[in-house]
Design a protein around this ligand. Structure first.
Ligand code: ZN
Length: 605
C-alpha cells in the first residue's frame, strides 16, 4: 500500500480533536482536565477509559489500550492504520498525500491490487456456479445435507468450482486477467512445474469453495472442500501461500466474528470451516478457525487485539492434544488465558448443534476447563507415588512457565502445589527449569516479541521527555545512543529521542504516537496518563532524573569493566578488550560531564 505521508498525518492530527473524535462514538464526561467513559474495549462497571485533550491521547487503566486518535479509530472500527487515517482525513476534509513509491514497489502494489480484484471476482463466479448452474447441483445437495441454507451461502459467499480442468482459467482470461496474474494467485497450476511457459490448469475442481478473507473482508485465497468421498487430494485444500495469503496470518471467520469476540472478550477456536459457519449461524458468533495449521504467534497476536480468553475445541484424539499443547505456547506467551473445550465422543460442533441445539454447545463452551486444570485432571488416577506426582508437576510446569502474566503464573503455581500435594518450592523449581529453556527457544523464534510495560523509571522518563521540550532537546544533544543501546527496555526512549517530536505541539504528539506500533503507543499513553508523574516538578529535577539514569548505567558499566580487568590479568586479549572498553567509557563520561549539568562532574564513583 502506498505510504500516507507524514505531512497528511500531521495535518489530520492538527485539524481534529481526539475529544470530538471519541465523543462521536459515545459520550464522554469531563473529569478535571480530562474526559472519562466506560471503556469500549473491555467490560467494566466503573469508567477507567480516559481521554487527554492536552496530549491528544487516550488510555484505559483497565485493559491497557491507549494511543492517539488514529489508534482509537483503528481499535474501535477494527481497521488498519492507513484506513484509520483515511477515515479521519475524510472527516477533516483533508486530501491524502501518498509518498512516492519506487518503481519496484509500484509494480508490486499494482499486482497486489490486481490479485485482490481477481479474488473478489472469482468469489462471485464460484458463488454463481453454486446457486445458478446445473453443475452446481452436487454442491447444493451437499449443503442441504449439512443444513447450510441459501442465506448462509450468500453471507459467506460460498461457491462451487466445477469439475473441469479449465473452466476457471477460461472464465478468468475472458474477464481480462493474465496468465501471470493467475499463476501468482495460485488458483491455477503449471502443467509442467519446471517450465513457466507450459499450459496451466485449475487448482480447485469439483469442490465447495470458501473464500478466505482477512479481518477487513478482502478475499485473499480460497479453501475448497471435497464433495466426492473418494476424490483425490485432502478433505480441504487451500490456495498456496501467495503475495496476498499466508495461512499463518489469517483466521477464518475473523472478519465476521471480531465484533462478537471484542464484546465477549472471548474467542472460540474451532478446527473446520464448516463447523465455524454452522456455529456462527446458530448464534455463537465469537468463533474463528485456523486454516489447517497450528496456531501461530501472529494468530495469537490477532486474537489478543480483540479478547482476553481463548476456548480451544480441538479433536479429542492425540493429534488434537498435540495441536492444543502447541497452541498453548503462543497463546500463553501472548498473555491470553486458555480453556479447553471438550465435546462428547464422536461429535464435532456441527453435529452437536444439529442434534442437540446451539444451547448445548454454549454449555460446553461455558463449562470448558482452564488448560492447567485440564492437565491436572489428565494425570494418572488416584494414589500416586510422590515420584509420579513430581513427574506430573514437571509435565505441567512446562506450560505454567509460558504464562506471561506474573500474578496468574503465581496463583497457578500455588494451585498446582496444593492439587499435587507437593511443596510450592518444588513446583517453582520445576517451572524455573522450564523457563530457561523456553525463554531461549521463544527468543529465537519470536518475530513480534510480546511487549511488557517498561519499569517505572523508564515510564517516568518517557513522561518527562514527552512533556518537556527543553529537557527533551537537552537530552537529544547528548551522546545518548551508546548509553541506551545496551540497556534493555529503553528502545522506547530511543524512539522518542530520535523522533522529531515537539512536546508543545499536540498535533506533533499525536502524529508521533500514530506512527508507533500499538504496544509502544499504549506504553506511552499509559505513561502520559499516570497520575504519579503529573505533579508539577522543577525542570532541574526533570533533568536530574535523566542524568541520574545515564550515570547509573555508566557506573554499572564501569564496575563490570573493572572486574573484567581484574580477572583478565593472565589473558592479554581479554585485557586489551577491557581496556578498550574502559577508554570508550571514559570518553562517554567526559562527554556527559561537558554537558554541564553537574559542573566539575560527579559521575566517577
Ligand atoms: Zn479498557
Amino acid at each position: 500500500m502506498p505510504r500516507i505521508s507524514a505531512e497528511t498525518i500531521e495535518q489530520v492530527a492538527a485539524a481534529l480533536n481526539i475529544v470530538d473524535v471519541v465523543s462521536s462514538y459515545f459520550p464522554l464526561k469531563r473529569a478535571g482536565t480530562e474526559f472519562r467513559a466506560l471503556c469500549p474495549f473491555h467490560q467494566e462497571k466503573t469508567p477507567s477509559f480516559y481521554v487527554n485533550p492536552a496530549k491528544q491521547s487516550f488510555y484505559c487503566f483497565g485493559c491497557g489500550r491507549g494511543g492517539s486518535m488514529f489508534q482509537f479509530v483503528q481499535e474501535y472500527e477494527h481497521v488498519d492504520f492507513p484506513e484509520a487515517v483515511r477515515r479521519l482525513a475524510g472527516r477533516a476534509a483533508i486530501p491524502i498525500i501518498e509518498d512516492q513509491l519506487s518503481a519496484e514497489e509500484e509494480v508490486k502494489q499494482t499486482l497486489r491490487k490486481r490479485l485482490l480484484r481477481l479474488h473478489f471476482e472469482a468469489a462471485d463466479w464460484f458463488h454463481r456456479n453454486l446457486v445458478r448452474t446445473k453443475a452446481g447441483e452436487i454442491a447444493r445437495n451437499y449443503m442441504r445435507d449439512r443444513q447450510l441454507n441459501i442465506e448462509i451461502a450468500r453471507q459467506w459467499r460460498i461457491g462451487y468450482a466445477p469439475s473441469s480442468w479449465n473452466a476457471f482459467r477460461e472464465w478468468a482470461i475472458e474477464a481480462g486477467f493474465t496468465k501471470e496474474e493467475l499463476l501468482a494467485s495460485g488458483l491455477v497450476k503449471l502443467r509442467d512445474e519446471g517450465n513457466p511457459r507450459s499450459e496451466v490448469y485449475d487448482r480447485f475442481r469439483d469442490r465447495l469453495m470458501f473464500p478466505i478473507t482477512n479481518e477487513l473482508g478482502e478475499v485473499l485465497a480460497f479453501s475448497g472442500r471435497v464433495l466426492q468421498p473418494n476424490a483425490p487430494g485432502g478433505k480441504y485444500i487451500n490456495s498456496p501461500e501467495s503475495m496476498l495469503f499466508s495461512k499463518g496470518n489469517v483466521l477464518f471467520g475473523l472478519e465476521k466474528s471480531k465484533r462478537a469476540i471484542a464484546q465477549t472478550r472471548q474467542a472460540v477456536v474451532l478446527e473446520g470451516q464448516v463447523d465455524l459457519i454452522i456455529t456462527f449461524a446458530a448464534g455463537i458468533e465469537n468463533a474463528v478457525a485456523p486454516l489447517g495449521t497450528a496456531l501461530t504467534e501472529r494468530h495469537a497476536g490477532l486474537l489478543k487485539r480483540f479478547c482476553a480468553e481463548v476456548v480451544l475445541f480441538f479433536d479429542a484424539d492425540s493429534a488434537g492434544e498435540r495441536a492444543a499443547e502447541r497452541a498453548i505456547e503462543v497463546l500463553y506467551t501472548a498473555g491470553l488465558q486458555v480453556r479447553m473445550g471438550k465435546l462428547p465422543p464422536g461429535e464435532d460442533p456441527d453435529s452437536l448443534i444439529r442434534k442437540k441445539g446451539a444451547e448445548q454447545f454454549r454449555t460446553q463452551i461455558n463449562g470448558a476447563k482452564d488448560f492447567i486444570e485440564y492437565q491436572l485432571e489428565r494425570r494418572p488416577s488416584s494414589d500416586q507415588s510422590v515420584a509420579q506426582r513430581v513427574q506430573s508437576a514437571h509435565r505441567i510446569a512446562q506450560f505454567v512457565a509460558l504464562i506471561s502474566e506474573p500474578v496468574l503464573r503465581d496463583t497457578t503455581v500455588s494451585r498446582l502445589a496444593s492439587c499435587l500435594a507437593i511443596s510450592r518450592e518444588s513446583v517453582e523449581q520445576a517451572v524455573a527449569s522450564h523457563k530457561k529453556g523456553t525463554a531461549k527457544s521463544l527468543k529465537e523464534e519470536t518475530q513480534a516479541p510480546v511487549v511488557t510495560p517498561p519499569r517505572h523509571e523508564i515510564a517516568a522518563l518517557c513522561y518527562i521527555l514527552m512533556t518537556d521540550s527543553s529537557t527533551l532537546d537537552w537530552s537529544r544533544s547528548q551522546p545518548w545512543q551508546p548509553v541506551l543501546s545496551s540497556v534493555p527496555g529503553t528502545e522506547i526512549l530511543a524512539k522518542i529521542l530520535e523522533s522529531d517530536l515537539q512536546p508543545d505541539n499536540p498535533a506533533s504528539v499525536a502524529a508521533f504516537l500514530a506512527r508507533l506500533d500499538q504496544p509502544d503507543a499504549a506504553i506511552l499513553s499509559n505513561a502520559l496518563s499516570n497520575p504519579l508523574y503529573r505533579k508539577p516538578i522543577d525542570q532541574a529535577i526533570r533533568r536530574s532524573y535523566w542524568h541520574g539514569f545515564v550515570m547509573r548505567e555508566l557506573r554499572a558499566r564501569r564496575t563490570g569493566i573493572e572486574s573484567a580487568l581484574r580477572l583478565s590479568a593472565d589473558h592479554p586479549e581479554a585485557r586489551a578488550q577491557a581496556e578498550a572498553e574502559l577508554k570508550d567509557l571514559v570518553n562517554l563520561e567526559l562527554a556527559f560531564e561537558k554537558m554541564g549539568f553537574y559542573p566539575g562532574g560527579t559521575c566517577r564513583s
